[in-house]
Design a protein around this ligand. Structure first.
Ligand SMILES: *[C@@H]1O[C@H](CO)[C@@H](O)[C@H](O)[C@H]1NC(C)=O
Ligand SMILES: *[C@@H]1O[C@H](CO)[C@@H](O)[C@H](O)[C@H]1NC(C)=O
Ligand SMILES: *[C@@H]1O[C@H](CO)[C@@H](O)[C@H](O)[C@H]1NC(C)=O
Ligand SMILES: *[C@@H]1O[C@H](CO)[C@@H](O)[C@H](O)[C@H]1NC(C)=O
Ligand SMILES: *[C@@H]1O[C@H](CO)[C@@H](O)[C@H](O)[C@H]1NC(C)=O
Ligand SMILES: *[C@@H]1O[C@H](CO)[C@@H](O)[C@H](O)[C@H]1NC(C)=O
Ligand SMILES: *[C@@H]1O[C@H](CO)[C@@H](O)[C@H](O)[C@H]1NC(C)=O
Ligand SMILES: *[C@@H]1O[C@H](CO)[C@@H](O)[C@H](O)[C@H]1NC(C)=O
Length: 623
């Protein structure tokens, strides 16, 4: 059937009905125009309106149009454009069809993915707690000898990594023989055997890291997710399953007890974890099941929490009074298209209610709790509504929660929660979230972390970051895993009075005071800034950049993290060629996510450049 007839049948008499109904080609031109015309929030809503019209002609038609737009924008190779769009098309199609233009959901999408709306205000939540908050505070350190816990994250092993293949390719990740020119022997930019900053790492790097961790003989470990590589345009279910098997196999044979969490890459296509309100055909139960099978053995527990079955569990460390709660943070992730529902849910899969029940149980039985997840709850990638609801839970149980542990950013950072965000101070700092950097070397040397933990309170007394220095020429012969810095030495020594006592906890107040010293002494801030990427390709951060970064550290409730949506926000460092002349601030390598959300952001940014309106947009956001 001709499209114009379809349109007539559906009763479209809108502005596009006459001029742009003949074919996908004319819709491609229309959508590209709408991208270019979208200079503000209203323009973004109009763009969503036209995308929604396209979606009404069916998923395949919508995908063809988006692929055409991606090709015009020239933001990725054609196979990357079509791969990403076809992989995630079903979810995008589902969301667009249900979207109400101008709604909280649509505005959130324009803010989070396109960067053209401000974030809408957080909708008040309605979580309820079984009993009021008791008068209870964080326990004092036991002063007993610490136990050792290793934290690693974002391993992203690439089983198709080929030593000698091209590391300077045109794809989002390299070191694969995509073409004859990229093949070993045919390229003048060959990858070494142990990895390259433009690539996800070979399996042997993970084996090397596991051996280094095992040598340290940790009491147990935590892994905050992201197993598969970043070939998001071509990853399949079979490949993801092979990746799970390889990585969890390597972990299992090297380490003892490990508590793991679900990453946004831990399914195929990536990011798409629908809630139970979405038709079950979209549910990646196969991924949950495969991961659960690995996790149970590693954590030494009998069953994943039966009521949820969505990549979360609660486990009690057998010999200790520590409850580890691993939850699915991807329900709160801006690139999970299924979250853009009408209206957006308040508690997808009732996971918040479940968290409350487990935390209450811990409070009742005097257990201490660690919350582990992939995406830091205060990160700009985390929906603000859900960040706030989560923070309400954290505030309620702040005496029970010893700490929170995250990954995802690939950088070395942290987040502080406060009982009063209007008065962020050492005496309102209530909980600490530790964000560990990645093993994959795309934003700095491969890394893992060793915490010194109080064996009674499970408070964090110190940590030592380990790296295998990828800039060192000997790295390609045999990576050496060496201590990089100790948190207490690097930061505690700068406090007034200094906090050096090895048996003192690094409390939320400690970390707040560290941020105060960063404000007062820029060399302390610059040292932190360099450590984020393990000293590699450190960008300049001065003035307003410092203010914003410190604000982010104090923003466990994301509405206070000072992140401002802007076009092109989510680019990777390696996209920063001269044609994408973004501001220096945007060279920050923290956002290594990929997929449909990033593709839309890139298309919007390219459209903005073509339209020559980037300068005004930046002025508007900075002003
Ligand atoms: C919270 O509010 C939403 C929207 O009004 C409602 O659907 C949900 O049932 C409420 N939840 C609770 C626990 O009251
Ligand atoms: C290298 O390139 C040549 C010609 O361009 C091709 O014949 C050969 O197969 C390539 N080598 C590999 C390993 O792909
Ligand atoms: C640092 O940045 C340059 C230029 O973008 C890049 O070629 C190089 O691989 C980066 N080095 C590391 C170790 O990430
Ligand atoms: C899983 O990994 C093991 C080695 O760790 C290997 O023997 C086995 O074939 C793998 N299974 C699959 C399905 O890839
Ligand atoms: C939070 O801090 C502000 C500013 O100091 C203060 O006015 C307000 O009363 C505080 N709120 C609570 C609940 O303590
Ligand atoms: C890594 O190695 C390079 C080259 O040897 C050196 O310049 C750099 O300081 C090292 N980085 C760290 C964090 O040790
Ligand atoms: C943080 O700073 C405050 C005010 O300077 C001080 O009273 C408090 O003891 C400090 N706490 C820690 C843990 O350093
Ligand atoms: C700032 O920190 C640096 C590095 O720790 C230290 O050498 C210097 O004395 C500090 N400056 C001030 C004014 O405290």
């Amino acid at each position: 059937m001709r499209l114009s007839i379809v349109l007539a049948t559906l009763g479209f008499l809108g502005p596009f009905a006459s001029a742009h109904t003949e074919s996908a080609d004319s819709w491609i031109a229309t959508i590209w125009d709408h991208f270019k015309q979208a200079v503000d929030c209203a323009g973004c809503q109009a763009l969503l309106g036209s995308l929604r019209l396209v979606a009404k002609f069916g998923e395949i038609f919508m995908e063809d149009v988006l692929i055409g737009v991606c090709d015009i924008a020239g933001v990725e190779d054609p196979d990357v454009c079509s791969g990403i769009i076809q992989n995630e098309g079903a979810a995008v199609h589902y969301s667009l069809l249900n979207l109400h233009i101008g709604s909280h959901t649509a505005t959130t999408l324009c803010a989070s993915l396109i960067g053209l709306c401000q974030y809408p205000p957080v909708r008040p939540g309605n979580l309820s707690f079984p009993v009021p908050k008791p008068a209870k505070s964080r326990p004092e350190p036991s002063r007993q000898p610490p136990i050792k816990v290793v934290h690693f994250s974002d391993t992203h092993v690439d089983l198709s990594y080929e030593t000698g293949s091209n590391y300077d390719c045109s794809k989002p990740i390299c070191c694969r023989a995509y073409t004859e020119e990229d093949a070993p022997g045919n390229t003048s930019t060959p990858c070494g055997p142990w990895g390259n900053p433009m690539c996800d790492p070979p399996y042997r790097l993970q084996e090397s890291m596991m051996a280094a961790i095992a040598d340290l003989n940790p009491d147990f470990s935590i892994y905050t997710g992201d197993v598969p590589a970043h070939n998001v345009w071509s990853v399949t279910k079979a490949e993801a399953l092979r990746d799970f098997n390889a990585t969890y196999g390597s972990i299992e044979k090297s380490l003892g007890m490990v508590f793991a969490a679900l990453g946004n890459h831990d399914t195929a296509p990536l990011n798409l974890f629908p809630s139970n309100k979405i038709p079950s055909e979209y549910n990646p139960q196969w991924a949950y099941d495969a991961l659960a099978a690995n996790w149970l053995g590693l954590a030494g527990i009998a069953s994943i929490h039966s009521a949820t079955q969505h990549g979360s569990y609660s486990a009690v460390h057998s010999e200790a009074k520590l409850r580890v709660i691993s939850y699915n943070s991807i329900f709160y992730y801006k690139d999970n298209f299924f979250v853009y529902e009408e209206p957006m849910e308040y508690d997808p899969n009732e996971q918040f209610a479940w968290l409350i029940s487990k935390l209450q149980l811990a409070e009742n039985t005097n257990q201490r709790v660690w919350l582990i997840a992939h995406i830091p709850s205060g990160n700009a990638d985390h929906f603000r509504d859900y960040s706030h609801y989560f923070d309400e839970i954290v505030q309620r149980y702040d005496a029970t929660i010893a700490a929170l542990f995250f990954g995802h950013t690939h950088t070395d950072t942290f987040q502080i929660a406060y009982s009063n965000y209007s008065n962020r101070n050492w005496d309102t700092a209530s909980t600490m979230g530790y964000v560990a950097p990645s093993m994959t070397p795309t934003s700095g040397s491969p890394s893992f972390r060793v915490y010194e933990i109080d064996p009674v309170t499970f408070g964090v007394m110190d940590f030592t970051q380990y790296i295998a220095n990828i800039s060192n020429p000997s790295y390609q012969i045999n990576p050496k895993w060496e201590p990089y810095y100790s948190a207490k030495k690097a930061y505690g020594s700068k406090l007034l009075p200094p906090v050096q006592d090895p048996s003192a906890e690094m409390t939320p107040a400690f970390w707040h005071n560290v941020t105060v010293v960063m404000e007062q002494n820029s060399s302390v801030f610059q040292a932190f800034w360099a450590r984020r990427t393990r000293g590699i390709n450190v960008t300049s951060c001065t003035g307003n950049c410092i203010t914003k970064e410190i604000c982010a550290l104090r923003g466990a409730d994301a509405q206070y993290n000072c992140a401002v949506p802007r076009v092109g926000f989510s680019f990777r460092k390696r996209d920063m060629t001269s044609e994408y002349s973004l501001r220096e601030e945007e060279l920050r390598p923290e956002c290594n996510h990929a997929g449909m959300g990033q593709l839309l952001a890139k298309i919007a940014h390219r459209a903005a450049l073509e339209n020559g309106k980037e300068v005004e947009h930046i002025k508007q956001n900075v002003g």
